[in-house]
Design a protein. Structure first.
Length: 499
């Protein structure tokens, strides 16, 4: 059986703990690989390697760093298919979706290639007699990233390219459910010329995570995952003196006004709810239909959802693949099975779905729940699967109040032809990312990604300017040089005069 080991110091390092986790092909249900699970001692060894590498990399020139990143970008582009195949084999998403994931990750690599302008400081001359003040940004040291299973290439690329471009060294702890893409990213970075120890991949479970959170050699931690874990990461790492950005879960709403193009809204709802099998924090999982359009909108969504082709991710005809594990599939199904008891109308029931020839795969069909109540489990919880809830509101104001009452504030969208309503929505809605006739408003790389409320713990969003600020710290330097024509003026113990 294939074993995925750690990548430390620019080379593969075999696991020493003796503990391994299974990696399953979601389409077949078969265990195809095992992944080494690091002990606290192995995490410490990786940190020490990264600390040593930082002594050189942290002092390297911007020209040297960006040269590596440009070469890395070219290698990633040339290996898109290979990376996507690893994602499909272990996550299950269809190949085209995996390719899209790689493309979105490449945006951040491209941002890192141009980081020279983002790291420029500021200078004020002659603030006093021959006194200048400058502001600069410097790297933190060794930083860590803990990433989820649903985007095993994209989310790591949201983190480490900017971190190393800023002069840090990085330890990546990817999901143990689909670890191979992370190793491929690290191997390509080494091939591009990234010095040994600058990017390290340590596989593991809670043991490895807790070791990273507690290690005194880690200056900052980036995390993307569920809200309960994000809260734990933020609390624990902060208590250990680390800078933290922890992105949590979501319950993203799409508000559809009576004047909206219902065909466009239905297309968007199906794409945003069921794409990547609903396993993404930016999925639209709740549609709020305003006024009399609800019945027609639900029917249009149903018609489209019934036509989605579900199958193995490596089948070009498949539009949606399986879920990551059988346990997760069963959990998602439980929300659908309990929905009717909690007052919802089950328009489509995707539980019990199988694919011929792949009966042991982690399959589930598309589910559509109408007339969902805000106190039901299907609405309150982040299901993270292909389940779309439809709620109804009489007015725009009622719909906005419903959305703002959610404890999550990751992303949201409005579908309307009314510019005034759209303008009100983007100002009044309590969410970090807003789409206007755009169902999944994931920002481009040079804007930052992040939510509000229980969807984000910490002060910084990820990537963009926030990401660069997160991986650097500011320093202000006040300088005074005597004019060479003047003799030394002697000692003055008084407070510096500004005038």
């Amino acid at each position: 059986m294939k074993t995925v080991n750690h990548w430390i110091g620019g080379k593969t390092v075999e696991g020493a703990s003796g503990n391994y986790g299974p990696v399953t092909d979601p389409a077949t249900g078969e265990v195809t690989t095992q992944v080494a699970l690091a002990s606290a001692d192995e995490v410490d060894a990786a940190v020490r390697v990264a600390q040593e590498a930082f002594q050189t990399w942290g002092q390297s020139s911007l020209a040297a760093r960006t040269k590596v990143l440009f070469a890395y970008r070219a290698l990633l582009d040339a290996n898109r298919d290979a990376i996507a195949e690893l994602i499909t084999a272990e996550h299950g998403k269809v190949h085209s979706d995996a390719l899209g994931e790689v493309a979105r990750g490449l945006e951040i690599v491209e941002l890192a290639c141009g980081i020279t302008t983002q790291l420029k400081g500021e200078l004020s001359t002659s603030v006093s007699n021959r006194v200048d003040v400058s502001s600069i940004r410097q790297p933190l040291g060794v930083v860590a990233g803990i990433t989820p299973f649903n985007f095993p290439a994209m989310v790591p690329m949201w983190m480490f390219p900017l971190a190393v471009a800023c002069g840090n060294t990085f330890i990546l702890k990817p999901s143990e459910k689909d670890p191979s893409a992370a190793n491929k990213l690290a191997e390509l970075a080494s091939e591009a010329g990234l010095p040994a120890g600058v990017l390290n991949v340590v596989h593991g479970d809670k043991v490895a995570v807790d070791a990273l959170l507690a290690h005194p050699g880690i200056a900052a931690v980036s995390f993307v995952g569920s809200t309960p874990i994000a809260r734990h990461i933020h609390t624990t790492a902060s208590a250990n003196g680390k800078r933290v950005q922890a992105l949590g879960g979501a319950k993203n709403h799409m508000l559809v006004l009576p004047d909206a193009d219902l065909d466009a809204a239905a297309d968007a709802a199906v794409s945003a709810a069921y794409g990547s099998a609903g396993e993404r924090c930016m999925a639209i999982s709740a549609v709020v239909a305003v006024g009399s359009i609800a019945d027609e909108l639900v029917e249009k969504i149903r018609e489209r959802a019934e036509k989605i082709k579900i199958g193995p991710g490596n089948d070009p005809s498949s539009e949606m693949g399986p879920l990551i594990t059988a346990a997760h599939r069963d959990k998602v199904a439980s929300y659908v099975k309990g929905a009717a008891d909690q007052g919802a109308d089950v328009v489509l029931d995707g539980t019990g779905y199988t694919v011929g020839g792949f009966e042991k795969g982690h399959w589930i069909g598309l589910s559509l729940l109408d007339n969902v109540k805000t106190d039901s489990d299907a609405y309150r919880d982040e299901i993270f699967g292909p389940v779309l809830c439809v709620l109804r509101a009489e007015t725009y104001e009622e719909g906005v109040a419903l959305i703002n009452a959610s404890p999550f504030g990751n992303g949201t969208a409005i579908f309307t032809r009314d510019g005034g309503a759209a303008r009100r929505f983007q100002l009044e809605i309590e969410a970090g990312m807003v789409g206007v006739n755009v169902p999944i408003p994931v920002p481009v790389g040079y804007h930052s990604f992040g939510g509000w409320k229980d969807s984000l713990f910490g002060d910084h969003h990820i990537y963009g300017n926030d990401g660069i600020h997160f991986y650097t710290r500011g320093k202000v330097v006040t300088t005074r040089w005597p004019d060479p024509s003047e003799a030394p003026s002697g000692v003055d113990l008084g407070f510096p005069r500004n005038h």
